[in-house]
Each structure stands twice: as structure tokens, then as C-alpha cells.
Design a protein around this ligand. Structure first.
Ligand code: XBP
Ligand code: MG
Length: 257
């Protein structure tokens, strides 16, 4: 049996509920700044989340929901400019402490650190967003809690492609069998599965609750806390009612043992 050596975390929707009241709002502010009358509603944004990555998402919007838009000659530059403005708005919102960590995340990270587990991040979001979220919503030193932060354009193919997980594991010199991935979405689970990670925990959120999580080992609505248990959507929890290291080791052992 391969021992569990590392936890690899997705960011958006997993560490924090960033999409509806964070990223979406920042995109809309960037559109307004640019004099565009685009408004991504809560419902529309749910559909746009099918595509990961902010620049990719703007292009997907133009291709599928706003075909009549008169595109500038330099569409790539135009999208990059909008996205840079969106990042500025988003990191400012994080700096104001507007987006907390999800239930149980800080407790689990602290427990994992104390136990000497290695920690990494594998996300499609921009590196500056990860830094700001960790610093302002977790701990001023939290970036140093993670041995590897794999984020954004560091690999060209974003989730559901496996590249970001493969990159993170390569940096750590670890095989997929020694890793456990924590995700919130179908695209994230696909990315981890295609990278050969077999122990995947999913914590769902409002946008992803109806996603197909086939292949995940355990699906719960949140990590939960001792006095605030999770609800199990699928998988075995052997009497646990919140996510802690013992449960994660159970999940991992039940696959590799
Ligand atoms: C979620 C995403 C991200 C953010 C936007 O990624 O799809 O693209 O919505 O981030 P994950 P950027 O769940 O893998 O963290 O605008 O910085 O691309
Ligand atoms: Mg996610």
C-alpha cells in the first residue's frame, strides 16, 4: 500500500466559495470599466463555469452567448486587458476580507501540517488570486504552507485536462498513488482522474451540486466541523461526520490497500 504523502487542493469553490460573489462580480466590474454593457447574472455565470479559466470564459461567452458583439482586431489583447482588470477587482475584494474559507478548510490544513503531510494547490485561477485568498482569508503566512502552488497559465491546457495536477506532482516528485485531490466540480474531478489520482474528495457548492462526480471516492456538501457535520452525497465515511485526516487516510487506504 502506498502511504498518503500529499493533499492537493483546488481553490475556487473548494477552499472558498469564490465564484458567485467574487469572480463573477469582478468580471462585471471589469466590463463596466471598459464601457461594455455585459452583465453576467448568477444563472448565466453558472453556465459559463463549464469553461475553466477567466480568459477562456470570456471567449466562450463571446462565442456562445454574445455572437453579435463587434470584435476588435486584437481579440486576444482585448480579452487579456479585460481579464487583467478583473484580476485587479478580484484581488481587491479579497484584500477587503470579503471571501472567507469554507467550513473545515483551515482546521484540516492545520491538522495536515501538524501531521507532516505535504500540501499543494492545483488550480486554473491566476496566481495573484491564490496569493490574495490565502493571505487574507486563511493566514498571512499561508502561502508558505503549500510546497507547490500550481496555478493559471503555468500549463497551457486548463482543467479538465490533467496538466495542472501532473505539473504539481512532478514538482513534488510524487506518484499519483501517494496523493489525494480535493475538488468541487466535474471539471476538477476529471482533471485529477486523468492525472491518475484515484483518491478524490469532493466538497460541493451551489454551482456544482448537480455535477457528475463519477470517479470521486467521496462526495460531501462541505468538510464540516465537529459540531457542524457534512452531508454525504456518495461514498463511505465509516462513522465520520466531518472531514479530518483519519477520514482521508481511510479513503486513501481503501483504494491502495
Ligand atoms: C475555477 C475557475 C477559475 C476562476 C477564474 O478554477 O474556473 O477560472 O473562475 O479565474 P479552480 P481566472 O476551481 O480550478 O480553482 O479569472 O483567474 O482565470
Ligand atoms: Mg473549483
Amino acid at each position: 500500500m502506498t502511504e498518503l504523502a500529499a493533499l492537493i487542493f483546488d481553490v475556487d469553490g473548494t477552499l472558498a466559495d469564490t465564484e458567485r460573489d467574487g469572480h463573477r462580480v469582478a468580471f462585471n466590474r471589469a466590463f463596466t470599466d471598459a464601457g461594455l454593457d455585459w452583465e453576467w447574472s448568477v444563472d448565466l455565470y453558472g453556465k459559463l463555469l463549464a469553461v475553466t479559466g477567466g480568459k477562456e470564459r470570456i471567449r466562450h461567452f463571446l462565442d456562445n452567448y454574445h455572437r453579435e458583439f463587434q470584435r476588435p482586431d486584437d481579440l486576444d489583447g482585448f480579452i487579456a486587458g479585460l481579464h487583467a482588470a478583473k484580476t485587479a477587482h478580484y484581488t481587491q475584494m479579497l484584500g477587503e476580507g470579503l471571501i472567507p474559507m469554507r467550513s473545515g478548510v483551515k482546521r484540516l490544513l492545520e491538522e495536515a501540517r501538524e501531521a507532516g503531510l505535504r500540501l499543494a494547490i492545483a488550480t486554473t485561477t491566476t496566481p495573484a488570486n491564490v496569493s490574495a485568498l490565502l493571505q487574507h482569508s486563511l493566514d498571512p503566512d499561508a502561502e508558505n504552507w503549500f510546497e507547490v502552488i500550481a496555478a493559471g497559465d503555468i500549463v497551457p491546457a486548463k482543467k479538465p485536462a490533467p496538466d495542472i495536477y501532473q505539473w504539481a506532482m512532478e514538482q513534488m516528485g510524487l506518484a499519483p498513488s501517494a496523493c489525494l485531490a480535493v475538488e468541487d466540480s466535474h471539471n476538477g474531478v476529471q482533471s485529477a482522474l486523468q492525472a491518475d489520482i484515484r483518491t478524490i474528495l469532493v466538497t460541493t457548492n451551489g454551482y456544482t451540486v448537480d455535477d457528475d462526480f463519477n470517479g470521486a471516492k467521496l462526495v460531501v456538501d462541505q468538510m464540516g466541523e465537529p459540531q457542524a457535520p457534512f452531508q454525504v452525497k456518495s461514498g463511505q465515511v465509516n462513522g465520520h461526520d466531518f472531514v479530518d485526516l483519519a477520514l482521508l487516510r481511510d479513503l486513501h487506504g481503501s483504494i491502495t490497500g
